[in-house]
Design a binder for this molecule. Structure first.
Ligand code: ZN
Length: 249
């Protein structure tokens, strides 16, 4: 069964921070959602890659994601190479999402903006009929799927929460906010108060306050309590001007 929506990000917990509420909301509407983490988190100050794998699985369960996989791209060294693009192409052809959520294409962390360009270029070449890639199915793939045939997502949207940029739309996650927070807190090795990295990691109470203010800020833009911000490069198409949401004055 193909995925409806796939969220791609550099690090385990990026999706939880930037678009986890949206993924959960879509899953609750009956769509099949998935998460592709490019790296496994071996460079993190806190915890090991194995800790993070366990925590990522728990977070995916909370977000009701149907599929999650981490590639083996080195943490802190996400590069937009041909080889890495092919790794993403394999996933796109196997999981066949209609909507692809990428990180915003500018940012502080090089892994984040590189993941954005890498994801976009992989989505493009994934649709090329003459590009053949050897099939290396991921752990939870369906062996019956026609996974090698070309596939390009219909829509790409960019999760822009890490970047101070005006979103083109926000998704109301008021109902999903607490679960999204729980999915982030599933990364116990990262977010519980502890000695390691206490100079660079804020305390858990502070993290919660920051996440809540961001969600409130974007919620206010959309006239709801909590929301997550996105950018799309295309214009919005309107069928009925009477049904356009978000009050003007
Ligand atoms: Zn990250």
């Amino acid at each position: 069964m193909p995925l409806d929506i796939l969220a791609l990000a550099a690090h385990r917990d990026d999706v939880e921070q930037t678009c986890g509420g949206t993924l959960l909301k879509m899953a609750e509407r009956g769509y099949r959602t998935g998460i592709l983490d490019l790296t496994q988190g071996e460079m993190g100050t806190r915890g090991t890659a194995e800790d993070r794998a366990r925590e990522a699985a728990e977070a995916a369960r909370i977000l009701k994601a149907s599929w999650r996989h981490a590639l083996d791209i080195p943490d802190g060294r996400v590069e937009n190479t041909w080889e890495n693009r092919l790794k993403v192409v394999r996933v796109l052809r196997e999981q066949r999402p209609r909507v692809l959520i990428l990180p915003y294409w500018e940012g502080r962390h090089p892994d984040h903006y590189t993941a954005s360009v890498l994801g976009y270029e992989a989505a493009f070449i994934s649709g090329l009929a003459k590009l053949a890639v050897s099939h290396q199915p991921s752990a939870s793939s369906d062996p019956g799927a026609d996974s090698a045939s070309p596939h390009r997502p219909f829509k790409i949207i960019y999760a822009s929460l890490y970047r101070d940029v005006r979103p083109t739309f926000v998704v109301d996650i008021t109902e999903q906010f607490e679960a999204r927070m729980a999915s982030l807190m599933a990364y116990k090795s990262q977010f519980t108060d502890q000695q390691a990295g206490s100079g660079i990691f804020p305390a858990q109470k502070e993290i919660r306050a920051r996440i809540e203010s961001m969600a409130r800020f974007y919620g206010m833009m959309g006239g709801v309590t909590y929301a997550e911000p996105f950018v799309q490069k295309e214009v919005g198409l309107v069928e009925d001007v009477m049904a356009i949401p978000v009050k003007s004055i």
